[in-house]
Design a protein around this ligand. Structure first.
Ligand SMILES: Cc1ncc(COP(=O)(O)O)c(CNc2conc2O)c1O
Length: 368
C-alpha cells in the first residue's frame, strides 16, 4: 500500500525469506517437513506475506503463538495446517473446530472442559511436553500417557502430534540440550503408536544438532528471517542466511548549530563545534526505543550516530556535512558499501536480534 505519507517504512525482502527456506530444505534430511513459525506478525515481517513466501518454498505448515493469529491467517490460507503453539482458552475450541486450527494441549482439565462442548468436528491437537523449557507442557511421563489416553477417548479431540521446545539449543555447551533431547526421546519411544507429527527442533537445533532431533518436522523461526539464533550459532552456520528486514526514512529537517547549542529533550546533546543536525521522523512509538540512542544509521553510505534523547516520533542524527531535506536515511540495511544489521541494534540495547523487528510497531508500514 502506498497511501502513507511519512517516508518511514520497513522493506521486507520476500525472496530472502524464500531463499532461507529453500536452503534449509536442501540441508535437512528428505522427508522432514518445515513448519514456518510466523507468530508475532512473522517476527515483525508481516505474517500473511511471509507465510505465502515460506509455503512457496516448501513449508507445509504454519505455527503461531495465539488463537487470534491463527484465525487471521486462516482468512488467507484456507487449507494449510496452522498450529497454535501457545495457550488457547476453552472458549476458542468451537473456532478451532470450525476453522480447522490445530491446538497445543498439556492440561487434563482443559480436555475435560472441551469434552463438555458439542463441536462441529473434532479438533486436532499436539501434546506439548515440557522437557526443561519450564513454560508450558506435561512434565511427567505418567501424566503424558494419561493425557494421551484421555484425548484418544474424547470424541472432540484427535492427537495429531507431540512436541517439545529446547531452551539452550543456541549455546555451545550442549549439556542441558542433551538432557532435554534424551527426555523427549524417552517420552516418544514409550508410545505404542506414533502420532502424525513428532517435532522438537527450533532453528538452533535444526542447524546445530544431530538429525535425530528433526523427527518429522522442524519449527523454523529466526533464521527464516535471515538472522542467527545466537552469536555462537552465527559462527557455525551450515548455509548462508539472507536478512529480510530493512528500515529506512528520510531527513525532514537539517540545521547547522554552533558550539554550546543543544539538541533534544533534556538538552542532552550539546555541540562542541559547528555541527549539522538532521531530524528523522521515527521514534520510540515506532519501536526505536530510547535505549538505542547513540546507535549509528547510514546517510549517503556514511555511519552517523543518533544523538541526544530519542523522542516519541522523531530523533536527531549528527550529519557529516550539509544534506538536503529528503535525503534517504537507512536505519537497518545496506547503503553503498556499508551495512547496519539488526544484530547491531540488538547489541546496542543489550537484547537479542529476535526482539528488534518484533517491536517495530504497526505505525511503520511494511512494504514488500
Ligand atoms: C514453541 C516454539 N517453537 C519454535 C520457535 C521458533 O524458534 P526460533 O525462532 O529460534 O527458530 C519458538 C520461538 N519462540 C520464541 C522466540 O523468542 N522467544 C520465544 O518464545 C517457539 O516458542
Amino acid at each position: 500500500n502506498n497511501n502513507y505519507f511519512r517516508p518511514t517504512k520497513a522493506i521486507i525482502d520476500l525472496e530472502a525469506i524464500r531463499n532461507n527456506v529453500r536452503r534449509l530444505k536442501e540441508y535437512l534430511k528428505p522427508g522432514v517437513q518445515i513448519i514456518a513459525v510466523v507468530k508475532a506478525n512473522a517476527y515483525g515481517h508481516g505474517d500473511v506475506e511471509v507465510a505465502g513466501a515460506a509455503i512457496q518454498s516448501g513449508a507445509t505448515m504454519l505455527a503461531v503463538a495465539t488463537p487470534d493469529e491463527a484465525l487471521h491467517l486462516r482468512q488467507y490460507f484456507h487449507d494449510i495446517d496452522i498450529l497454535v503453539l501457545g495457550y488457547a482458552p476453552v472458549s476458542f475450541a468451537p473456532y478451532a473446530a470450525s476453522e480447522n486450527i490445530i491446538l497445543t494441549v498439556y492440561s487434563s482439565d482443559w480436555v475435560e472442559q472441551v469434552n463438555t462442548l458439542a463441536l462441529s468436528q473434532p479438533i486436532k491437537v499436539h501434546i506439548k511436553i515440557d522437557t526443561g523449557m519450564g513454560r508450558i507442557g506435561v512434565k511427567r511421563i505418567g501424566d503424558f500417557h494419561n493425557l494421551y489416553q484421555q484425548i484418544n477417548s474424547s470424541s472432540n479431540l484427535l492427537v495429531d502430534g507431540v512436541f517439545t521446545h529446547f531452551a539452550t539449543a543456541d549455546e555451545e555447551d550442549s549439556q542441558y540440550f542433551d538432557y532435554q533431547a534424551a527426555k523427549f526421546e524417552e517420552f516418544i519411544s514409550s508410545l505404542p503408536e506414533k502420532p502424525r507429527l513428532v517435532h522438537a527442533a527450533n532453528t538452533a537445533a535444526m542447524l546445530m544438532k544431530d538429525p535425530s532431533v528433526y523427527y518429522d518436522a522442524v519449527r523454523f523461526g529466526i533464521s527464516m528471517y535471515g538472522l542467527a539464533p545466537s552469536t555462537y550459532v552465527k559462527t557455525k552456520l551450515p548455509f548462508p542466511l539472507e536478512p529480510a528486514f530493512s528500515l529506512e526514512t528520510e531527513l525532514i529537517e537539517v540545521k547547522k548549530i554552533q558550539p554550546g547549542e543543544s539538541v533534544g529533550y533534556g538538552a542532552a546533546f550539546t555541540a562542541e563545534e559547528p555541527s549539522y543536525i538532521g531530524t528523522i521522523p521515527i521514534g520510540y512509538a515506532d519501536g526505536i526505543i530510547r535505549k538505542y540512542s547513540g546507535q549509528q544509521v547510514l546517510i549517503d553510505g556514511i555511519r552517523v550516530p543518533i544523538i541526544g534523547r530519542i523522542c516519541m516520533d522523531q530523533c536527531m542524527i549528527l550529519l557529516p556535512s550539509a544534506y538536503n531535506i529528503g535525503e534517504k536515511v537507512i536505519l537497518i540495511g545496506k547503503q553503498k558499501n556499508e551495512e547496519i544489521t539488526i544484530d547491531e541494534w540488538a547489541t546496542k540495547a543489550d537484547t537479542i536480534n529476535y526482539e528488534v523487528p518484533c517491536i517495530i510497531t504497526a505505525r511503520v508500514p511494511r512494504i514488500y
